[in-house]
Each structure stands twice: as C-alpha cells, then as structure tokens.
Design a protein around this ligand. Structure first.
Ligand SMILES: [Zn+2]
Length: 87
C-alpha cells in the first residue's frame, strides 16, 4: 500500500499487518480506576452492565519499506468481519 511516511516525509510503499492487542496490564492506572468505578460508591455504578459495542475497531500496522519504521492506522470505524489484505 502506498501511504505517507512521516519519517521519510513522503509517500512510500508500506507493508500491512493487522495490529494485535497485547495482554492488558492489570496494574495500569487506567485499569485500576476502571475496576474501582465498577465496584461502586459514587453514582449508580455497582452492578451496571458493560456496554457491548457492535463490531471492533480494526487497526493495521504499516511498515515503511524505505526506513522500516512502523505506524498504526485505524481503518473504517467498526467492523464485525475480520480484515483481509489484497496482494
Ligand atoms: Zn519511511
């Protein structure tokens, strides 16, 4: 895929790969805050159901063929299908 590379400051050929989500860190500040909020105290939070979003955001990692640097890009909002790449 031909895309802009901020490192080369020009359009370059990029190799595409679907980005995978790493294992969530349980002690990360944001995660702890989220757990606390689910536990209750303060507004109607306890027992609240989690929101189920339709589909997932699809992220791709583009690797520049020129400088070998990587960038992420979110494509087409939310999709229920898995993304495929054309050769
Ligand atoms: Zn580049």
């Amino acid at each position: 895929m031909n895309a802009y590379c901020p490192y080369c400051n020009s359009h370059q050929k990029h190799r595409l790969k679907a980005a995978s989500k790493g294992r969530p860190r349980t002690l990360a500040a944001g995660n702890r805050a989220h757990e606390r909020s689910l536990k209750g105290h303060g507004s109607k939070r306890a027992g609240e159901k989690t929101v189920r979003k339709q589909g997932k955001r699809q992220k791709i990692v583009m690797t520049c063929q020129n400088c070998k640097k990587k960038q992420e890009r979110v494509i087409n909002g939310r999709t229920t299908k898995k993304i495929e790449f054309q050769a």
